[in-house]
Design a protein around this ligand. Sequence first.
Ligand SMILES: Nc1nc(=O)c2c([nH]1)NC[C@@H]1CN(c3ccc(C(=O)N[C@@H](CCC(=O)O)C(=O)O)cc3)C=[N+]21
Length: 291
Amino acid sequence: MSANIIDGKAFALSLRERIAAQVADFVAAAGRKPGLAVVLVGEDPASAVYVRSKGKATVAAGMTSFEHRLPADVALDDLLALVDTLNVDPAVDGILVQLPLPGHLDELAVTTRIDPDKDVDGFHPVNAGWLATGLEGFVPCTPLGCVMLLKDQLGDLTGLDAVVIGRSNIVGKPMAQLLLKESCTVTIAHSRTRDLSSVVKRADIVVAAVGRPEMVKGEWIKPGATVIDVGINRTATGLVGDVDFAGAASVAGAITPVPGGVGPMTIAVLLRNTLVSAGRREGVAINEVAL
Ligand SMILES: Nc1nc(=O)c2c([nH]1)NC[C@@H]1CN(c3ccc(C(=O)N[C@@H](CCC(=O)O)C(=O)O)cc3)C=[N+]21
């Protein structure tokens, strides 16, 4: 058996087209474009690449991109002052401070300073709390993109056994909350889980978000399962996910590739969240079902 390869890049492109159509409606109604502010601290080359592609995608969707670059040694107070300015700027609907930050900057201090109503990353504890109570603030982009791919692939997820490997606040925990909302039976596994291979073996849905290259082996996968690989690891042989792709693809029913799987969805959902934010702030209806 050979798995269906889930084309996240194509799905993200079509999502971005649907977003662009609704951005045009928003502009007609509100008389301004949705705006996304992205803050990059320091010169990390990988982060700079992501920030550039976010800026391009934002403009391509008909929104305004505000980019702020700060030196790696910026003082926390100066970064917080910038966030304060963006919080009250009426042209800014979404604020994203690119993570990770240089070691001297307290990420929680920065994340909690962002107005929860502009927190299109969904990292603010207020938005994490909304999600955990089953309500809707802003949902982190990567997990929401994964659920979109899963529903596109499988339809209704009710009753399916889902195993999330990884417990980060950015991916693992919100991923588990979203799968629970879809009525999956959810297990959160992590680096300390005993007998991880047998835990994974019973899953209809496997989401790997551990940040360890090719850690999840093909033999761990239940035949026909759907595998979502969130990992992006730069190795000597190039970009690989957290899943042994060749091994898993020979048993899974469907699997996301790296690159071209989850990554492009993250940026598309960021645009979605920015549009939704703009709609809420201006009282303009956004058709989220059509997104
Ligand atoms: N505040 C904040 N929010 C984020 O959402 C955030 C962040 N910080 N810091 C870094 C991570 C990483 N991230 C990615 C976005 C797009 C791709 C993406 O488009 N990847 C492509 C290309 C991969 C490549 O060639 O590097 C793919 O997987 O096909 C990947 C990773 C967002 N992040």
